[in-house]
Design a protein around this ligand. Structure first.
Ligand code: ZN
Length: 219
């Protein structure tokens, strides 16, 4: 961990032809986690990667693999992602009718358990499970594609969840995902976020990956 917040580059925007180099560069540039955006073409319109890619990421870096499951019926895939080497498994409240059970299943597989919610889903929808999670992920774009439009109203949602986590004495990470840049990171951090997913600001930075991570670190 560096400073007092974590940076989690999302490999969704990286050069998959050179994934091994990408992971090593992220690690040496001071990334804290590698964020893996899993999309199933059902819950979200895009189709990305599965346990196979996570297994290769596991070989390519020592960093925790922060796996974000944008899929229907995530409970059917938890074991496969855990076996592939996922460190954190984060599920959407919108996809989990038995959310508490799913979170307990994640922990029983030896992973950190995360919950996340879409921009249109109220913060209160996850309050009942906050005592049971290691990580809360707030979507600050509508999920589905890299480079979505940042929704500034989500700063208020981060602050609302921050207050609730503090009230219950939770030390869960509070992560934000979508449109995080040197311009948007400071307001999310001020609202109480402690971990920042970034795709475009890291992988499309004109100075390269290390410069992109540094720009966030110094934001
Ligand atoms: Zn994500």
């Amino acid at each position: 961990m560096n400073d007092n917040f974590l940076i989690a580059p999302s490999i969704l925007s990286s050069d998959f032809l050179n994934l091994g180099d990408v992971l090593q560069t992220c690690q040496s540039a001071g990334a804290d986690w590698i964020h893996v955006d899993v999309m199933d073409g059902q819950f979200v319109p895009n189709l990305t990667m599965g346990p196979f890619i996570v297994r290769h990421c596991r070989r390519g870096t020592d960093l925790p693999l922060d796996v974000h499951l944008m899929v229907e019926k995530p409970e059917n895939l938890l074991e496969a992602f855990a076996k592939a080497g996922a460190s954190h498994l984060t599920v959407h409240v919108e996809t989990c009718p038995h959310l508490h059970r799913t979170l307990e299943d994640i922990k029983s597989l030896g992973c950190k358990a995360g919950v996340t919610l879409n921009p249109g889903t109220p913060a209160s929808s996850i309050f009942p499970v906050l005592p049971f999670v290691d990580l809360v992920l707030v979507m600050s774009v509508d999920p589905g594609f890299s480079g979505g439009t940042y929704i500034p109203e989500m700063v208020g949602k981060v602050a609302e969840i921050r207050r609730r986590l503090d009230e219950i004495g939770s030390h869960a990470w509070l992560e934000v995902d979508g449109g995080i840049s040197p311009q948007t990171l400071p307001e999310m951090k001020a609202a109480g976020a402690t971990a920042f997913v970034s795709a475009t600001s890291v992988f499309k930075h004109p100075g390269g990956i290390a410069a992109g991570i540094a720009s966030l670190r110094n934001a």
